[in-house]
Design a protein around this ligand. Structure first.
Ligand code: ADP
Length: 935
């Protein structure tokens, strides 16, 4: 079996060997002995070392020893002598074989000829042309240097990069092309490598100057080849261009820095400036700017342009976002990249182009900066002094940076919005009249506004962080609060959220007061938190109680006085008191409509209602009238309505009124009036009878005496001869009787004229008011609507109050009488006082009655002219004589429409009059006297 295996191993074309754990070789395959020309026996143990290049032997052995010590698979390189004496580079690989316990029992190794590979990789002099072209294909600069660091050989890439032929290069020091800043570290690394005395490669990054003077970064792998004395025989160097990687790293670091600035909430302008500078550093010879757009997308706003002349960027601020404005405005407007590769040849942007050219700009690439949610925030622009088109790498870079700009701007705007909303929130909290308290999911106070501080006596800083249940919730409610809160957190169920509830809260000093509470959940992720709105409703409660009491009182008073009240905020809308419902016998709370009210109106009083409506429409604000209502059982009630209108906010009038059930009073008044008129009738007939009897008695005697005497006289004169003396005597008696009759008349005259007259200053308005008061119930009974327009500041007149009142009474009675048959229109009566010409005062009574024809106008004042069945026809004639005795005038005119107007005008009191005047010869004649004097 073993023989089989060793024959297989022997037949392998490579070198195979095994060694004891101590490193003593105990097997070599046949190919090994054939290659080296050493017999197996010679080579076993340590004999194999004879075939190793003496220069490589110490290094190899040291490495072999350290491999044995480490007990791990590894490889080592060394030159092996061919039996013809030529050395070739071999790579030796060895692997330990271990038992399950980990104890190494044997090492197995192979040897592979790598000489060609090494030569080709390094283009070693002496390597053939194939090696050279292989070295040229490798995308790296490969060079061999003399121990002094001068070029000995180099591949095509080195020659091209340094812009020299191999001949020109030979003898030049490689370090001359290294960036002065990097040279010290390069030298230090080479010195460290030499100091080890071992041919081991090391790595170093450094910049190398290109033929055109531009430095690029390279990663160098350097290996000094040492001889046995540890002297450098040759330097092998492989340099790989890492400029792009370095740049990417710089950019990455820059981006990281920018994002950190964003995260640190540095100002947007600082971030945008840093962004521009980053690009300017990463890309040679370019300048950058960021321009922003206002929230309405109408005009450009300043962003950042740290390296551009203000003369180029400032004129763009506030310019409209439009394709014609410039590349940035165009990029924003179209939301696409705008590349102006050569501005000199571009025909766009008439205004911007010459300005850009004047500042030496020849190329401009503008890219819109879009936010994550879509809208364009601004544009990022790169400017060059030479015509240029972006490379794919540059486009990639721009893309990357506009993305960062977008993050920075969005963040800054978001911060701004947040700051504004925070400021608004703070202002709301501060200004709110209600207490606003926020609590977290554990019931701890997180916010406590000034209104809450005032209401509860806590200072915000003292209560924030404390349990609501330990502060403003009174002890009696705390357990309930805790349970409710825990239940909500467990189940999400509560009756409180979204509703207004009344509860009791506690002041820091322990007093409790009623509050109204509304709670809303703060909609954020994570455990729930809440906002509580609380309002101290102590005063409201008190005024509610007061209101309730006063309402009860009012209702009671209304009931006791049979007075209901109503409120009519606008036509057709009514609020009625309970008592009013009761008076009208409507069901409580029934909606009151105009039709409903009408349904109770007495048919005959409907014109009165229509008139009231008419007056409302004309803006009359005070009402006082009576009407009848008919109940479902056909009984009739009298109600008195007093209402007053106030202008409402919407330009209407709102009326507040009282309605009193005056049925009882009206009934007793009617009974009284009846009794009074009966009495008056009795009195009138009585006094007339007495008067008539007296007159008859007094006048009859002399009259019959006269008649008797006259007949006696006639008889005496007719006698033959006539009895002249007798006739004379009887004629004398006739005269005596005539004088007697005349005396009777004079005596009666004197009797009637013996009225006490009280002459003095007189206020016509108050005289009129008294007459109105006297007649009010008569007028209402006659359904007359009376309107008094009494001029304020009316001057006083001089006269007899009773006489003047008698005139007014006459005129008002006549007016009311004139309307007694009027049913097709309101029985409207107006009494008006005003100043008249020539220091006079005028009183006018106007009615809507039957009126009179113009030709009758003067006859009215004739004594005994009457058109009434029961009229005497002396009222107006007496009135005229009274007014004339007051040096005034009384006259009547028919109205343009129905009815008549009767007026009188009397002089004002002379201003120099003092005390009670004597009216001198003025004599006031009573109605009866006038009647008599007319007879
Ligand atoms: P009487 O009232 O007793 O008839 P008056 O002298 O007061 O006596 O009135 C005389 C007449 O004048 C009345 O009968 C009536 O025909 C007429 N008259 C008075 N006032 C008015 C009036 N306001 N409208 C129409 N006619 C009137």
């Amino acid at each position: 079996m073993e023989n089989d295996l060793s024959s297989v191993v022997d037949s392998l074309p490579g070198l195979v060997w095994t060694a004891q754990p101590d490193g003593q070789v105990d097997f070599l395959n046949r190919h090994w002995s054939v290659y080296t020309g050493l017999s197996i026996d010679e080579a076993l143990g340590s004999g194999w070392q004879l075939a190793i290049h003496p220069g490589d032997r110490p290094g190899l052995l040291e490495r072999w020893r350290s491999m044995l010590a480490a007990g791990e698979a590894a490889s080592m390189e060394a030159r092996l002598r061919h039996l013809d004496g030529e050395y070739r580079w071999f790579q030796f690989r060895a692997r330990p074989l271990a038992e399950a316990s980990g104890h190494i029992v044997k090492w197995c190794g192979t040897g592979t000829d790598i000489d060609d590979l090494r030569r080709s990789a390094m283009g070693q002099p002496g390597g053939n042309d194939d090696h050279r072209s292989v070295a040229d294909i490798i995308p790296a600069m490969i060079a061999f240097l003399t121990p002094a660091g001068e070029f000995e050989n180099a591949n095509r890439h080195v020659l091209e990069y340094l812009g020299a032929t191999l001949e020109q290069l030979k003898g030049r020091r490689a370090s001359d092309a290294i960036h002065p800043d990097d040279l010290p570290s390069v030298i230090a690394a080479s010195e460290r490598a030499v100091a080890t005395g071992r041919s081991e490669p090391y790595d170093i990054d450094h910049r190398i100057r290109r033929a055109d003077g531009v430095y690029r970064w390279f990663h160098g792998r350097v290996m000094p080849l040492m001889d046995l004395q540890g002297r450098v025989v040759r330097w092998y160097i492989v340099n790989i261009d890492i400029e792009d990687r370095k740049r990417a790293e710089t950019l990455l670091a820059g981006e990281k820095q920018l994002l950190e600035m964003v995260a640190r909430r540095q100002s947007m302008s600082e971030i945008l400036k840093a962004l521009c500078r980053l690009v300017e550093n990463a890309v040679t010879d370019c300048y950058c700017s960021v321009v922003l757009v206002d929230p309405d997308y109408t005009h450009l706003e300043a962003g950042a342009a740290p390296s551009l002349p203000p003369g180029l960027t400032n004129p763009m601020i506030d310019r409209p976002v439009h394709v014609d404005t410039g590349p940035c405005a165009m990029a924003i407007f179209l939301n696409e990249q705008v590349i102006a590769s050569d501005i000199a040849l571009d025909t766009r942007w008439d205004a911007w182009r010459p300005m850009a050219m004047a500042h030496g700009v020849r190329a401009c690439w503008a890219t819109p900066i879009a936010s994550a949610t879509g809208p364009v925030l601004g544009a990022f622009a790169v400017y060059y002094g030479e015509p240029r088109t972006p490379t794919p790498q540059e486009l990639g870079l721009i893309d990357q940076l506009t993305h960062i700009a977008s993050i920075a701007i969005s963040r800054a705007q978001g911060d701004d919005a947040l700051r504004r909303s925070e400021a608004r929130k703070a202002a709301i909290l501060d200004a709110a009249l209600d207490c606003i308290i926020t609590i977290d999911h554990e019931g701890c106070v997180t916010e406590f506004n000034p209104a809450a501080e005032r209401a509860f006596g806590y200072r915000r800083d003292d209560i924030v962080g404390k349990q609501l249940a330990d502060t403003i919730i009174p002890p009696s409610l705390r357990e309930k609060h805790r349970q409710g809160f825990a239940r909500y957190l467990a189940t999400g169920e509560t009756k409180l959220i979204g509703r207004r509830v009344e509860m009791t809260a506690m002041h820091v000093e322990g007093s409790e007061f009623p509050v109204e509470l509304a709670i809303s959940r703060i909609l954020l992720e994570g455990p729930p938190s809440f906002t509580c709105y609380l309002r101290n409703i102590t005063e409201r409660k008190q005024s509610e109680e007061r209101l309730r009491r006063s309402e009860a009182l009012l209702a009671e008073a209304q009931h006791l006085s049979s007075t209901g009240s109503f409120f009519c905020p606008r036509p057709g809308e009514f609020t009625w008191s309970t008592e009013l419902y009761r008076i009208f016998e409507f069901e409580q709370q029934m909606p009151i409509t105009f039709e409903l009210i009408m349904s109770r109106y007495h048919r005959e009083d409907i014109p009165l209602l229509n008139d009231v409506i008419d007056q409302v429409n004309r803006g009359v604000i005070d009402f006082d009238y009576e009407h009848r209502i008919v109940m479902p059982d056909q009984s009739v009630k009298y109600v008195r309505v007093v209402a007053h209108g106030n202008p409402s906010k919407d330009g209407h009038f709102e009326y507040v009124g009282a309605v009193q059930d005056v049925t009882e009073r009206r009934r007793s008044e009617a009974a009284l009036a009846k009794a009074r008129s009966e009495l008056a009738h009795v009195a009138r007939t009585t006094s007339l009878g007495v008067l008539t009897a007296a007159i008859a008695h007094e006048v009859n005697q002399p009259l019959s005496g006269i008649i008797t005497n006259a007949s006696t006289c006639l008889r005496m004169l007719a006698a033959e001869p006539p009895n002249i003396d007798g006739a004379r005597e009887t004629a004398r008696r006739t005269i005596r009787d005539g004088n007697r009759a005349s005396d009777v008349i004079r005596r009666l005259h004197a009797l009637f004229s013996k009225k006490d007259t009280a002459i003095g200053p007189l206020d016509l308005n108050s005289a009129a008011r008294e007459v109105i008061a006297l007649l009010m119930s008569d007028l209402q009974r006659s359904r007359v609507i009376l309107r008094a327009e009494l001029f304020t500041d009316l001057p006083l007149v001089v006269g007899d109050r009773v006489q003047i009142q008698q005139v007014i009474l006459n005129l008002v009675r006549n007016a009311s009488d004139a309307m007694s048959d009027v049913d097709d229109r309101p029985r409207q009566l107006s009494i008006k006082t005003e100043r008249d010409e020539d220091d006079h005062v005028r009183l006018t009574v106007q009615d809507a009655g039957v009126g009179f024809s113009p030709q009758d106008a003067d006859r009215l004042f004739d004594a005994f002219y009457t058109t009434k069945d029961s009229g005497m026809g002396i009222g107006l004639s007496v009135s005229r004589s009274i007014i004339e005795r007051h040096q005034g005038r009384l006259w009547a005119l028919p109205n343009d429409g129905p009815g008549a107007t009767v007026s009188f005008s009397i002089p004002c009191r002379p201003t120099n009059m003092k005390g009670t005047p004597e009216l001198g010869a003025m004599r006031i004649v009573s109605g009866e006297e006038k009647a008599m004097s007319n007879q």
